[in-house]
Write a protein that binds this ligand. Structure first.
Ligand SMILES: [Ca+2]
Length: 155
């Protein structure tokens, strides 16, 4: 009698569960921050260039906000809409915090990669869509963990 072998199902493709989890913050968020997936966020209204905004975040031990999934997108876009401002996010070809780019929310026709838009840093419009723009434009920015230069319209 021949051994009966059943064909194995094909291996499952990699799933999101195999992606590294974001680093957890062990301390609770400072006051006036909002906790979102173990990160603390504020929307900073003071206009800065992308580099200045990133530097301000690094000074406080973080990076410009990265949008790693639709939950982040919904949360950050909601806050930007409340703040009535366009805001830099941490994308400049790659996320400044090192995350791989596997989620995007470009507006229609974006990214345009216009030569006039310089090094193509990414801002989020009030409607939540993304636009690559000149890095030397000054925008508010969505920042995890920034303490200074804040106004009341925070996340
Ligand atoms: Ca653009």
């Amino acid at each position: 009698m021949l051994p009966q072998t059943s064909p194995n199902p094909p291996p499952c493709p990699p799933t999101d569960s195999q992606l590294p989890a974001p680093p957890a913050t062990s301390s609770p968020c400072p006051s006036n921050y909002v906790t979102w997936y173990k990160n603390c966020y504020r929307l900073v209204s003071e206009p800065k260039t992308w580099e200045e905004a990133e530097a301000a975040c690094v000074k406080e031990g973080g990076h410009l906000a990265s949008v790693d999934m639709s939950y982040d997108q919904a949360f950050i876009s909601g806050a930007i809409q409340q703040g009535n401002t366009d805001a830099w996010i941490g994308l400049r070809r790659k996320w400044s915090d090192g995350w791989p780019v596997f989620y995007t929310h470009w507006g229609p026709g974006e990214p345009t990669n216009h030569k006039g838009e310089g090094c193509n840093c990414v801002e989020m419009y009030e409607d939540g869509t993304w636009n690559d723009n000149n890095c030397f434009q000054k925008r508010g920015f969505a920042s995890p963990g920034l303490v200074s230069d804040l106004r009341s319209d925070t996340l």
